[in-house]
Design a protein around this ligand. Structure first.
Ligand code: ZN
Length: 186
């Protein structure tokens, strides 16, 4: 499906109803020439965790829902307003695989921009990635929007299997450097 950036979806000013072209979409924000209403289009904050087991394998989730349905991702999701990235990730991990990981369990890895196409809108997103070790005795389940999950040796993961460019970029960046069997935190 053809998608458009969020800014293109505003055909009228949300405040005064002035039609385009009074609204000026300039990428970062739009401003209404009629009433001065200003709306920013900053990226949404996404989170993801490269969750390793004690053999250094990574937990990958097969997505049960659009976008990228059927492709592989990692546990994570969008931060709500007022949430830290780590708290959002902790909540998403619990919702998606039923595993409890405190915010302190995550070690920051890096960030990568993403484009999240949902219905007919393309959202700009900045994804923050972390590593963590699966707690002893924890048993992942396929819950919210997750079709299935599997442990994968990092070297066996092919870029085209992955749902999002940000995750591909992150794996490409770290796989040569990180031995998940020894370098990941507890
Ligand atoms: Zn206006």
């Amino acid at each position: 499906m053809l998608t458009q950036p969020l800014a293109r979806k505003f055909r009228f000013c949300p405040q005064c109803g002035a039609p385009q072209p009074a609204l000026e979409a300039r990428g970062r924000f739009m401003e209404c020439g009629g009433c001065g209403f200003l709306l920013y289009f900053n990226p949404g904050i996404g989170t993801g965790v490269l969750l390793a087991d004690d053999r250094g394998r990574l937990l990958l989730l097969r997505r049960g829902k659009a976008p990228a349905k059927g492709k592989l991702g990692v546990p994570g999701g969008f931060a709500d307003a007022g949430e830290s990235a780590e708290a959002a990730l902790s909540r998403e991990v619990r919702e998606e695989i039923g595993v409890t990981l405190a915010a302190e369990a995550f070690r920051y890895l890096g960030s990568a921009p993403n484009r999240y196409r949902y219905r007919d809108v393309t959202y700009a997103v900045l994804d923050f990635f972390y590593t963590a070790r699966l707690p002893a005795g924890a048993q992942p389940q396929a819950l919210d929007e997750v079709a299935s999950w599997d442990w994968r040796a990092p070297a066996s993961i092919r870029p085209e299997e992955l749902a999002f460019p940000s995750l591909r970029a992150m794996l490409k960046l770290i796989l040569p450097k990180v031995d998940f069997n020894t370098d990941s935190p507890r």
